[in-house]
Design a protein around this ligand. Structure first.
Ligand SMILES: Cc1ncc(COP(=O)(O)O)c(C=O)c1O
Length: 414
């Protein structure tokens, strides 16, 4: 008799469900597919030479720190460098108020672990980053979507959600946001909006989790001051990451927050992994200290800008006029919205895959059953030539949809 493993899982584990993005990993590996699906950095842009030189030195000269366990909070020098880096976003952060995590994803998971009780509502953007929502849901949180417009989360939608849940005796206490070049929409929250959201957070005593993996990757103008920098009440927990600005393979991110949060996150991290990769931390430290990371970010801005421009230009030239899309000033993502008479974006994706082009359909990013006619397009991985080719192929599908709709409408009316 084989074991019925489902009966072994804890109630909490039953909240963990797969991400629709995972199914694209295998797909994007296929060389014949032009993928706008994954949110990965471009493999071709990794600073291999600098990494190889640093690793050589680390293994020989600095081997003890790089090869041994490190403190749970992370290497002190790296935390100091990161604290100084944050001062460029408007907020100098002491090394003590910062902890190294295994990517910002671990920061999200640890925050879920220490802050969320089963059934707690968690305010998120609508649409929102799937990995953030999954982390909160895995601890029993239920996500409540806050409507977004071009300037970011809409304050009236936020207040309405807070009041509604408070009346039901489920006062939300957390708002999770990706304010710069948001995943999945590419929207950047304006400075004015940041002030408004902070005022609401203050009025209703919310903690803000500010997740900022893309802020350094701006292609037009620098991003507004961070929530962390604007915060006068110590209610913002900030997450940063080396994944998009250096490499994701070292799994190094950081969390900056008030002392009680750092203390609890550190305790939770101890049971999760004892410490983040010492080798990864040393590599990140060396490359940051020597200015390689900043130089690399400068190169990335230039190269990703070309890809962003290639995708927007191809959409402008090839897409039917009824399709709307965001025009992000940085990051990796464009959010596409199809007209209401189109089939669902899931059905469009099925057609696209037959042509060896992929994107992510929108439902997975939504907390309220939305996203049916939306999709996330990422321009980070394919070359500019593939972007042009892939968008053109997709446009043929969309024009075909348009002509079928015209025939149907014509059929009904005449
Ligand atoms: C908004 C957002 N937060 C967090 C992450 C996780 O990144 P990391 O590699 O730092 O764990 C991602 C990755 O795509 C992301 O887009």
């Amino acid at each position: 008799m084989s074991v019925e493993w489902n009966s072994f899982f804890s109630r909490r584990t039953r909240n963990i469900t797969g991400s629709q993005i995972r199914q694209f990993f295998a797909l994007t590996e296929k060389p014949e597919v032009i993928s706008f699906a994954g949110g990965f950095p471009d493999n071709e842009l990794f600073p291999r030479e600098e990494i190889s030189n640093s690793l050589f030195h680390l293994a020989r000269e600095d081997s003890t720190q790089a090869l041994q366990y490190s403190p749970t909070e992370g290497n002190f020098e790296l935390r100091k460098v990161l604290g100084e880096k944050m001062s460029r976003d408007g907020k100098l952060c002491e090394a003590d108020s910062l902890i190294i995590t295994d990517g910002s994803q671990q920061g999200l998971d640890l925050l879920g672990r220490i802050l969320i009780n089963s059934g707690d509502p968690v305010l998120v953007e609508e649409p929102a980053y799937i990995g953030g929502m999954s982390a909160f849901k895995s601890y029993g949180g239920t996500t409540v979507g806050i409507e977004m417009d071009d300037e970011g989360p809409v304050p009236s939608s936020m207040e309405q959600a807070i009041r509604k849940h408070t009346c039901e005796d489920r006062r939300p206490k957390i708002f999770y946001t990706v304010p710069n070049f948001q995943n999945p929409t590419g929207i950047t929250t304006s400075l004015k909006r940041r002030f408004e959201i902070l005022a609401i957070a203050s009025r209703y005593n919310l903690a803000i989790i500010e997740d900022n993996p893309y802020g350094d990757l701006y292609y037009d103008q620098d991003v507004p001051l961070s929530y962390k920098a604007l915060d006068r009440e110590d209610r913002v927990i900030y997450l940063g990451s080396y994944s998009k600005i250096l490499i994701p393979g070292i799994r190094i991110g950081w969390l900056a927050g008030p002392a009680p949060i750092i203390e609890k996150v550190s305790m939770a991290k101890q049971t999760a992994d004892l410490c983040s990769s010492s080798l990864g931390q040393q590599l990140a430290y060396r490359l940051s200290r020597e200015g390689n990371v900043e130089r690399h970010i400068g190169r990335l801005r230039k190269l990703y800008r070309q890809k962003r421009d290639a995708m927007l230009s191809a959409m402008d030239r090839h897409f039917p006029a009824g399709i709307e899309y965001t025009r992000p000033g940085g990051g990796f993502f464009i959010w596409v919205t199809f007209p209401s008479y189109y089939p669902s974006s899931k059905e469009l994706l099925d057609l696209a895959i037959q042509q060896n082009v992929a994107f992510v359909h929108g439902e997975g990013f939504s907390s309220n059953g939305g996203g049916l006619r939306s999709a996330r397009f990422s321009f980070s991985q394919p070359s500019s030539e593939d972007i042009e080719f892939g968008i053109k192929l997709l446009s043929e599908i969309f024009w075909e949809v348009e002509s079928n709709c015209t025939v149907k409408v014509a059929g009904r009316h005449f």
